[in-house]
Design a protein around this ligand. Structure first.
Ligand code: NAP
Length: 475
C-alpha cells in the first residue's frame, strides 16, 4: 500500500457541487480527498472544512495516491468535453477495477459511450445524477446512480449516508444499467423546467391579472406552500418575494431582466421525448418560453404593435379567483409530473433501463429540486401498481384531478380572453383533454397523408394497410 492511502472517496473538481459533497462526506466522518487544477478552490475547501477529515490537492498523483484501493474518483466538472479530458488524464494513474463516477449533468448518450469504453479497459463506471444544488450537496442531496451495479455496492454505504433522508429512507437508489442514472436526472430537470414555468405563469396572473403587489403575491405562495402544493420550488419562490438587497426599498426580483437562461437539460428532455415519440408538452413549452424570453428586442417591437388594452376586470372576489388558480396549479403540476413519469416508463423499454418508477419517486421526495408533498402520492401510485403506465390512470389521483378541472378551465379560458400568455397551463389542459379523448381527429391526418403521399392508412375493424387514389375516387 502507498503511504497515506487511507481516503475512501475522492472528488475531482471542487466547484460548487464537488466541494460541498466532499464536505458533506467529511461531516459524516469519512476520510475523503478532493482535487482541483487551480488552487483557489482547494484553499476554499480547506477553509470550509474546519478541521474535518478532508484533504485537498492540486497535485493529481498525490490525490490519487491518497485513495484506498480499489480507488473511487467522482468527477464534478463541467459537463461535456471536460469530462472526457479528465477521464483521459486520470486513467494512467488508476488500476483495473477502480471506479470512476461522473456526478455532473452529462448527456446520457455520452455516459453510454464512456461506460462501454471504460468497461472495455477494465474500469468500473457509474453515471450519477445529483440534485439539490449547493445546499443539497452540503446537507443531503438526492442522487441517481446508474451503470455498474456491482460497483455501486462499493459506494452505497457512503452515498446512503450523505443523501437526504425521508421517513428514514435515503434519497439515493441504483437506477439501472448504462446511462439510466443520467437519464433519470435529465427527466428530473425537464420536470423542474415545467414547474418553474408554471410558477412564473402564476406570478403573471397574480400580477397582471389580479394586480396584486409583491407582498400579496408572497402571501399567496406562502399559503400554497403550507398546503397540498408544498414544494421546494414554491418555498424558493416565497422567499424571493421578500428578498431586498441591504438598504434597498424594493425587491431584487424587480431589478432582474426578464430573459431566462438554461444549461440544456430541459432541451435534452424535449429532444428525447420527440426521439422516442413520447409527448411531454408542458416540458416542451417551458423550454420554448425560456427561449422566447431571450428575444427581448423583438418582444419590445411586437409589444408596441400589438399592445392590447383588454385587461382582466378587477375581481370582486380575488380570494375565489386565487382558489381557482390553486386548482389550476395543482392540475398542471400533476400533469407535468405525469408526463415526466410517462417518459421514464417509455425510455425504460426503449433503452432497457428496467427503471422502477416507485423507487424514482421515492428518492425524489427529498434532497432534490423537484421535491414536493405530491411526490408521496406518486410514490404511492407506483408502489401500489408497479406496472402503472400513466400516472393519470391511478385511482387515487383521479378524483383530486377531476376536482381541480373547474379551476384550470377558468384560468386557461381567461388567459385566452384577456391575452395573457399562460402556455404551460394551457399545454397541461390540452394534453389532458387530448389524453382523455377516446377518439382523436387523427383519422383525418391519416387520410391527408395517404392523399398527398400514398402513406397508407389502417381501417376500423379490418386488418391490413390500405391506400386510395383519392383524386380519382372523388367525383
Ligand atoms: P462549477 O462550480 O462551475 O465547477 C466546475 C468545476 O469543474 C471546477 O472545479 C473546474 O475547475 C472544473 N473543470 C471544468 N473544466 C475542467 C477541465 N477541463 N479540467 C479540469 N477541471 C475542470 O460547477 P458545479 O456547479 O459544481 O457543477 C459541476 C457539475 O455538476 C456540472 O455538470 C453541473 O451541471 C452539475 N450540477 C450542478 C448543480 C448546481 O446546482 N450547481 C446541480 C446538479 C448538478 P477550475 O476551478 O480549475 O476551473
Amino acid at each position: 500500500m502507498e503511504k497515506g492511502n487511507q481516503n475512501v472517496f475522492g472528488i475531482y473538481g471542487l466547484g460548487t457541487m464537488g466541494r460541498n459533497l466532499l464536505l458533506n462526506m467529511a461531516d459524516h466522518g469519512f476520510p475523503v480527498a478532493g482535487f482541483n487544477r487551480h488552487d483557489d478552490k482547494v484553499t476554499l475547501l480547506k477553509e470550509e472544512s474546519k478541521g474535518n477529515s478532508v484533504q485537498g490537492f492540486t497535485d493529481l498523483t498525490e490525490f490519487i495516491n491518497s485513495l484506498k484501493s480499489p480507488k473511487t474518483v467522482m468527477l464534478l466538472v463541467t459537463a461535456g468535453k471536460a469530462v472526457d479530458e479528465v477521464i483521459t488524464e486520470i486513467l494512467p494513474l488508476l488500476k483495473k477495477g477502480d471506479l470512476i463516477i461522473d456526478g455532473g449533468n452529462s448527456h446520457f448518450t455520452d455516459t453510454d459511450r464512456r461506460y462501454k469504453d471504460l468497461k472495455e479497459k477494465g474500469f468500473h463506471f457509474i453515471g450519477m445524477g445529483v440534485s439539490g444544488g449547493e445546499e443539497g450537496a452540503r446537507r443531503g442531496p438526492s442522487m441517481m446512480p446508474g451503470g455498474d451495479k456491482h460497483a455501486y455496492q462499493l459506494v452505497k454505504p457512503i452515498l446512503e449516508t450523505i443523501a437526504a433522508h425521508v421517513n428514514g429512507d435515503p434519497t439515493v437508489a441504483y437506477m439501472g444499467p448504462g446511462s439510466a442514472g443520467h437519464f433519470v436526472k435529465m427527466v428530473h430537470n425537464g420536470i423542474e423546467y415545467a414547474l418553474m414555468q408554471l410558477i412564473a405563469e402564476t406570478y403573471e396572473v397574480l400580477k397582471k391579472g389580479l394586480h396584486l403587489n409583491n407582498e400579496a403575491i408572497h402571501a399567496v405562495f406562502k399559503q400554497w406552500n403550507d398546503g397540498r402544493l408544498q414544494s421546494f420550488l414554491l418555498e424558493v419562490t416565497r422567499d424571493i418575494f421578500v428578498f431586498k438587497n441591504p438598504g434597498a426599498d424594493h425587491l431584487l426580483l424587480d431589478d432582474i431582466k426578464d430573459e431566462a437562461k438554461a444549461k440544456g437539460t430541459g432541451k435534452w428532455t424535449s429532444q428525447v421525448g420527440m426521439d422516442i415519440n413520447l409527448p411531454i408538452p408542458t416540458i416542451d413549452i417551458a423550454v420554448s418560453m425560456r427561449d422566447l424570453s431571450k428575444y427581448k428586442t423583438l418582444r419590445v417591437q411586437a409589444a408596441a404593435i400589438y399592445s392590447d388594452t383588454t385587461e382582466m376586470p378587477l375581481e370582486d372576489n380575488p380570494d375565489e379567483y386565487i382558489a381557482n388558480l390553486e386548482q389550476a396549479f395543482y392540475f398542471s403540476m400533476v400533469t407535468a409530473y405525469a408526463q415526466g413519469m410517462h417518459l421514464l416508463y417509455k425510455a425504460s423499454q426503449e433503452y432497457n433501463y428496467d427503471l422502477e418508477l416507485d423507487q424514482i419517486a421515492k428518492i425524489w421526495r427529498g434532497g432534490c429540486i423537484i421535491r414536493a408533498a405530491f411526490l408521496e402520492d406518486i410514490y404511492s401510485a407506483f408502489s401500489t401498481n408497479a406496472k402503472l403506465e400513466h400516472l393519470l390512470l391511478d385511482k387515487s389521483i383521479q378524483s383530486t384531478l377531476k376536482n381541480s378541472l373547474p379551476g384550470i378551465r377558468t384560468i386557461v379560458s381567461d388567459s385566452a380572453k384577456f391575452g395573457m400568455a399562460l402556455p404551460a397551463y394551457a399545454a397541461s389542459l390540452n394534453y389532458f383533454d387530448a389524453f382523455r379523448s377516446e377518439k382523436m381527429p387523427a383519422n383525418l391526418i391519416q387520410a391527408q397523408r395517404d392523399y398527398f403521399g400514398a402513406h397508407t392508412y389502417e381501417l376500423i375493424g379490418k386488418v391490413g394497410v390500405f391506400h386510395t387514389e383519392w383524386q380519382s375516387d372523388v367525383s
